[in-house]
Write a protein that binds this ligand. Structure first.
Ligand SMILES: Cc1ncc(COP(=O)(O)O)c(C=O)c1O
Length: 427
């Protein structure tokens, strides 16, 4: 028996900046790239310079006809929804368990989001999707949660059979593959966030990927105007007449952000490879622990390991609560462990409970009527760990797993004091 740090014992990891998870890595090459861009241009009106270079690199990497950079992942999703030309008669199937920005831009179209429950990995469940398709369904949106690919070939088959679009939110899954094919290339279009935490960071930025010219022209015109639209939309296309003004928004990426992402693209495959190696060694040990379930990785799938999200079932650990376990792990120095509770069933947010208070198209409706039991359980059991990526980070990954072992093996100490923990009274 060893004394837990929460009770005054020696912590597994000292509180030191060198023990923190560091992301993004702002290396010398990134600083140089930003400096050079600063001296070249900080506003680019057309598809040239760093914008063109990054878009071309992404098109080649994903083998798609079009990569369009945007100001954020949210903007990329918004542009895709605009490209679908959705209206109040339309329904769009969305995951109930995802980051809210997967769905929030949809509300600007007046279409109805139809929330669907998840599988054991927190990903959209294709069987549930099928049950919710109606004559009004225009699209299925899937997020590859935490970088673990959803059952995207099943979803593509469901979409194909129903004659509707599949849209991927691959914001967590840059670099993930399913059946050897890049996640983000299975549907009609996909969105990827380049926000600072993401695997390809720009700081702020996003990408629309599509091989549909129509989706590209509409996404382009939705968030760009004048030169880009005049140069890239064919003169015989409906949108050509609107090229000077675009359709109302400006969603361009900042050139300095594009310069960061372009440089980070050079190292992203090394990062992905190290995350894979570290994740697999962590999974092997974590899977042995009481109460812990590691993600199920289907054969022929390669996650990007944006994060490692465990499922913790306290009934298998004598009732030690997730909050108490988290507290004890933090005390052991594992300060980058998180209970990702702001990623929760979206129907719990006022925006989806009372959308009509904000968007008149929705009148007195609520999208929060139904049951999403798997998503609720998934969120209530989730414990999120970083997946490290630098040479030498194995030491930190091992220490985190050591801390889990120490706390769970000595859980009797914690159970004696568990009542002192304030209840988790979030909704
Ligand atoms: C799954 C998912 N979708 C969309 C977004 C939105 O991206 P952004 O923050 O770049 O707007 C994020 C992250 O922030 C995300 O995690």
């Amino acid at each position: 028996v060893s004394k837990l740090a929460l009770h005054g014992g020696e912590p597994i990891l000292a509180a030191s900046p060198s023990n923190r998870f560091v992301w993004p890595v702002v290396d010398e090459a990134t600083r140089t790239a930003v400096n050079n861009q600063l001296m070249t241009s900080i506003s680019i009106y057309d598809r040239s310079g760093v914008i063109e270079e990054l878009e071309q690199r992404l098109e080649a990497r994903f083998s798609v006809s079009h990569a369009l950079l945007t100001s954020s992942g949210t903007a990329a999703l918004h542009s895709i929804y605009a490209a679908l030309r959705l209206g109040p008669d339309d329904e769009v199937i969305v995951p109930v368990y995802t980051f809210f920005a997967t769905v929030t831009p949809l509300l600007t179209t007046g279409a109805t989001p139809v929330f669907v429950d998840c599988d054991g990995n927190g990903n959209l469940d294709p069987a549930e999707v099928k049950r919710h398709i109606t004559g009004r369904t225009r699209a299925i949106v899937v997020t590859h949660m935490w970088g673990l690919p959803a059952d995207v070939s099943a979803l593509a088959a469901v979409a194909k059979e129903a004659g509707i679009y599949l849209i991927e939110d691959a914001s967590h899954a840059f670099g993930a593959t399913a059946h050897g094919k890049a996640v983000g290339t299975f549907g009609f279009a996909s969105a990827i966030s380049l926000q600072a935490q993401k695997t390809l960071p720009a700081g702020e930025g996003g990408i629309v990927l599509t091989s549909s010219d129509e989706a590209f022209y509409w996404s382009l015109a939705f968030g760009h105007y004048n030169k880009r639209c005049r140069n890239e939309i064919p003169s015989d296309h409906l949108l050509a007449a609107f090229a000077t003004t675009g359709l109302g928004l400006k969603l361009r990426i900042h050139p300095l952000a594009a310069a960061i992402a372009l440089r980070q693209l050079d190292s992203v495959d090394d990062v992905l490879a190290r995350r894979r190696a570290i994740a697999s060694s962590m999974l092997e040990r974590l899977a042995q622990l009481p109460g812990i379930r590691v993600p199920h990785i289907p054969a022929d799938v390669e996650p990007s390991w944006y994060a490692l999200v465990l499922q913790y079932d306290q009934t298998e650990a004598d009732g030690l609560s997730r909050q108490r376990l988290h507290q004890a792990l933090l005390a052991e120095g594992c300060v980058d462990i998180d209970l990702p509770d702001s990623t929760r069933p979206l129907v719990e947010f006022p925006l989806f409970q009372r959308p009509g208070d904000i968007y008149r198209a929705y009148g007195g409706r609520s999208f929060a009527i139904g049951e999403w039991p798997s998503a609720r359980v998934y969120q209530q059991r989730a414990i999120k760990l970083p997946v490290w990526h630098r040479a030498g980070d194995e030491m930190l990954a091992d220490a985190y797993v050591d801390a889990f072992e120490k706390v769970l093996q000595n859980r009797a100490q914690l159970l004696r004091t568990q009542d002192a923990v304030p209840p988790d009274n979030r909704p």
